[in-house]
Design a protein around this ligand. Structure first.
Ligand SMILES: Cc1ncc(COP(=O)(O)O)c(C=O)c1O
Length: 436
């Protein structure tokens, strides 16, 4: 009964407090910034066909520079590693390595990519590392630090390195949330003393740091809260163990400053409507997308640095490592499509399907669809769909342009994060990547 009451209260609160709307002027400025450069994209389409992933390496270089300078303004020693899983296109990793970043890899596949693009510094993180992957880490020990995920993995790494009579640099990942799905990552903070004591006995693994990662952070609160907990745990560590910890990897999870843009169906109130009336028509396509704000990177850097000074630096003299993915690559890759069929005034089919992004992203996330062939800041309602045999193959419920006709070239901007690396072989061929 109490549960029912709590649920109904939560539902009423969601309905009474609709999610904030995306400011129209902000949206138009975003659209305009791409329309200004429409010729660059149209040229790429003419030369390479469509569908196409269009990569802007200069955006990656600018982000890398901004990331490092923002954190170096606040902290004495900072190293940055690009989380390859967020976009595993080799051109993305190469551009970031050329800009001076290391790479954070989580599998043998990502290892190959890191070695191919000449990364000088590699972090190897993630749960369930295989023996073959650890062999690779031992073989490339001059460049790699293994972020150990469990006690068992420490033993496996010790055996693997011991068999090669080698010594491997390592750190240990800490669990940030002891409940639910995030339990799978790292060891409990309470087990850190036991882990470091066991690591001391391992002659082939040198544990020299700590790692944690929190995700989907619209501001620095999650990182700051964990740093506070970490500080309390560090206080109780023997001085010898503290002295051996020379780096603290605070992970990634920084949200891009434009915030999260959502279709009505992606908001809490939209999800609620869908759950209680699934047979109803989907929430009508709307020209009023929502926006959940994100704090700028400067705020993350300032507040994380303050938390480090208060909670961590009194106990550890350490370098700070960053492992961002999304913040670096989100704005650097776009999708180009061509309209194949206009089935109704408000329904078109394009040549590219959402297998290029790997998930039904646009039913919940909002990104403007720009008609580069008939540019305009006017937005019109229209189902813009792909050519896969699934009704979920949707790019958006509207487009910016004066009209939409077969042969028109469409741009879906800022599709750089968790799209390319989730792409799937499904029905239609995958687009090629071109750099502009
Ligand atoms: C260990 C680790 N580090 C860094 C990242 C990158 O996160 P983001 O792309 O949100 O910055 C991830 C993402 O899953 C991760 O698992």
């Amino acid at each position: 009964m109490q549960d029912r009451h709590d649920l109904l209260t939560a539902a009423a609160t969601a309905l009474d407090h609709p999610s904030p709307l995306l400011d129209r002027a902000e949206l138009e400025a975003f659209v305009d910034s791409f329309l200004q450069r429409r010729q660059v994209f149209l040229d790429a389409r003419r030369r390479h066909g469509s569908p196409l992933y269009v990569l802007e390496p200069q955006v990656l270089r600018d982000r890398a520079e901004q990331l490092v300078s923002t954190f170096r303004d606040e902290l004495p020693e900072v190293s940055a590693y690009y989380a390859v899983k967020s976009n595993n296109c080799p051109l993305v990793a190469s551009a970031l390595v050329d800009s001076g970043l290391g790479l954070d890899v989580s599998s043998g596949l990502e290892w190959e990519l890191a070695l191919d693009c000449g990364a000088q510094e590699i972090l190897f993180s993630g749960p369930g590392k295989t023996e073959a992957e650890l062999h690779l880490a031992v073989a490339h020990r001059d460049w790699v630090t293994v972020l150990v995920d469990s006690f068992a993995e420490l033993e496996l790494l010790e055996r693997t390195a011991g068999a090669a009579r080698a010594s491997v640099r390592a750190g240990v990942r800490l669990t940030t949330n002891e409940r639910g799905l995030w339990r799978k990552f790292g060891i409990l903070l309470a087990d850190l003393p036991r882990f470091l004591a066991r690591a001391e006995e391992c002659r082939h693994v040198v544990v020299g740091g700590l790692q944690f990662h929190t995700s989907w952070n619209m501001g620095p609160d999650n990182q700051v809260a964990f740093l506070q907990r970490l500080g309390a745990a560090l206080q109780d560590l023997p001085a010898g163990h503290r002295a051996q910890l020379g780096f603290l990897d605070i992970g990634g999870g920084f949200w891009p400053p434009q915030g999260e843009w959502l279709q009505p169906a992606g908001t809490p109130e939209g999800k609620l409507r869908e759950a209680v009336r699934p047979e109803a028509e989907p929430v009508a396509p709307s020209l009023a997308p929502h926006r959940f704000p994100a704090r700028p990177l400067q705020d993350f850097a300032r507040e994380i640095a303050a938390a480090l000074r208060t909670h961590v630096f009194p106990h550890l003299d350490c370098r700070v490592c960053l492992e961002p993915g999304r913040w670096l690559c989100n704005d650097a890759m776009h999708l180009l499509l061509t309209v194949l069929d206009r089935k109704a005034d408000d329904l078109v089919i394009t040549d590219g399907g959402i297998n290029a992004v790997g998930w039904e992203r646009f039913e919940t996330d909002y990104f403007p669809v720009l008609n580069l062939s008939r540019p305009s800041l006017e937005e019109h309602e229209c189902y813009v769909m792909g050519s896969l045999c699934t009704p979920h193959d949707l790019w958006g419920y509207s487009y910016f342009g004066t009209d939409l006709q077969p042969g028109d070239v469409l741009l879906i901007p800022t599709q750089g994060a968790y799209t390319y690396s989730l792409r799937q072989e499904f029905i239609k061929p995958l687009p090629q990547v071109v750099s502009v």
